[in-house]
Design a protein around this ligand. Structure first.
Ligand code: CA
Length: 220
């Protein structure tokens, strides 16, 4: 899951991104509203955590512009304790949930899981393909009726390749989905994850499209 965190408080931003990173999220973090809006409109994320008080463009405006673009990306807003009006304006502008600062990181995680379940439920039910059954709500995967244990990155990759099958996914798109802007990714890590998926399912599940990316055939 690729998450965009928009928070100008450095200590809080660091705490949230480290904690969510350990949870398996790919976290990209921006500290002002204007670059956040630019990224939201030009890149693909699964989830947004948006502080309302931001430099260069406030969070409410970012949210309105995002919804105006037709996006229904799940957004959780962060607001100050005494800012009831901000919360109401945020929900009216299309936020899916909110948390009042200061909050417990465990609560943030639980609320993000709930948001992902809801958006998964909206978008699709269990994906069935070539003997694979993938439930986006619970993130459980099975193959020919047997549960398969996947790492968060393997799950994310498989989910993307199966949503829906039959589309060639470029290397760049998949790398960005798995690693965001972080520098941690070695150039061959995508190949390693694909290799593991082929081992866990079937060698011919994922086709390599030379020089472009990867494909799961529509008819598995
Ligand atoms: Ca702030």
């Amino acid at each position: 899951m690729r998450l965009l965190l928009i928070e100008d408080d450095v200590a809080l931003g660091e705490g949230i991104s480290q904690s969510l990173g350990r949870e398996g999220y790919t976290v990209d973090w921006l500290q002002d509203g204007s670059s956040a809006l630019h990224s939201l409109l030009s890149e693909t994320f699964d989830l947004v955590v948006l502080d309302l008080g931001l430099p260069r463009m406030d969070g409410l405006q970012v949210l309105r512009r995002l919804r105006d673009s037709g996006s229904n990306l799940p957004v959780l807003i962060l607001t100050a304790r005494d800012a009831t009006e901000d919360r109401i304006a945020g929900l009216d502008a299309g936020a899916d949930d909110y948390l009042i600062k200061p909050f417990d990181l465990a609560e943030l995680k639980a609320r993000l899981r709930a948001l992902l379940r809801r958006s998964a439920g909206r978008a699709q039910s269990t994906i069935e393909h070539a003997g694979i059954s993938l439930n986006p709500g619970t993130q459980q995967v099975s193959y020919k009726g047997e549960p398969v244990a996947l790492t968060p990155k393997e799950y994310q990759l498989l989910h993307e390749l199966l949503s829906p099958p039959g589309r060639v996914m470029t290397r760049d798109h998949l790398m960005q989905l798995l690693y965001g802007w972080s520098e941690e990714a070695e150039s061959n890590t995508l190949e390693v994850h694909i290799h593991h998926l082929r081992k866990k399912f079937s060698t011919d599940l994922i086709r390599t499209i030379r020089g472009v990316g990867y494909l799961v055939e529509e008819r598995g």
